[in-house]
Design a protein around this ligand. Sequence first.
Ligand code: KG4
Ligand code: ZN
Length: 325
Amino acid sequence: MAAAVVRGGTEILSSVVQGQVEVHEPYGGVVPELASRDHVRCVSSVVEAALAQAGIPSHELSAIAVTAGPGLIGSLLVGLSFGKALAYRLGVPMVGVHHLKGHLASAELADPSLRAPYIGLLVSGGHTALYRIEAGAAPRLLGETRDDAVGEAFDKVAKLLDLGFPGGPAVSAAAESGDAAAVRFPRPMVDRAGFDFSFSGLKTAVALEVERRAECGALGAADIADIAASFEAAAIEVLVSRARQALRELGIGRLAVVGGVAANRRLRAEMANAAAEDGFEVSFPPPALCTDNAAMIAAAGSQLLARGDRHGLDLNSFSRGSGPL
Ligand code: KG4
Ligand code: ZN
């Protein structure tokens, strides 16, 4: 659950993220019912904390932006109902935001010098996609994953290696002491035309390698580190190579990487190397704006409000696709 106060769509006055790791950790993954119950428990205090940190009383808010989807419907409903009630009480407009548009908005929020046109690479737990971003136009999807998202692959590999939850940072930490060349995992789709991705074959290759090594006894810390590092290298090589290809084929010189996996240190380093080699500019939000946060939703909402978008109290949340947005 997260809440933020953003001024003028660009200035973050506060950004509070209340994680749920303790709630879900015992189950090794997110349990939807527990997530929504925790949202009910926390929503008021998280919003109050965001207002207090910003030093803004609620009656000074000029609008409410709220995530309408896609995501876990129970959690979304809690936020949306709270947002509606707050907007109604304050008599201010409310706008529903698409979660992915929020991630894309984090790029310009973090780097005001970023100017369209640029390529957006969105890498999260639910999505892996490349967009062409043009000023004043909706993001144009160039390609996306045909199966698992890259963050999902990190989470599944963390499970296979018994590294706990949440998986991405755990795999990345384990990889630090490993040899990225220990196992040559596949780099799915990199030789194919177009901009689509695929990560399920890579995940299966990791599962088979874990199985193969387990036949000779329990995996040691060195096995785990080597597999984590080799997996991370493969996944990141795919992302870097696809982004390079998009920039080259579309003749665009700027890239913004957003979403939870954009917090990954190896991705940041390898993309910076590619940028230096190929001569493009790359922008990564700070890690706290890569993983889910409310400041990016406020920024995206403020763009929508600026062009006159508003939603009524009949707005519904949606679990997949674009819903009413
Ligand atoms: O954007 P996000 O916070 O939530 C979604 O919209 O999904 O992304 C979460 C995903 C998870 O799969 C998580 O494992 C991954 O981002 N992630 C990372 C890192 N930090 C978060 N993956 C690799 N390295 C990281 N440092
Ligand atoms: Zn997200």
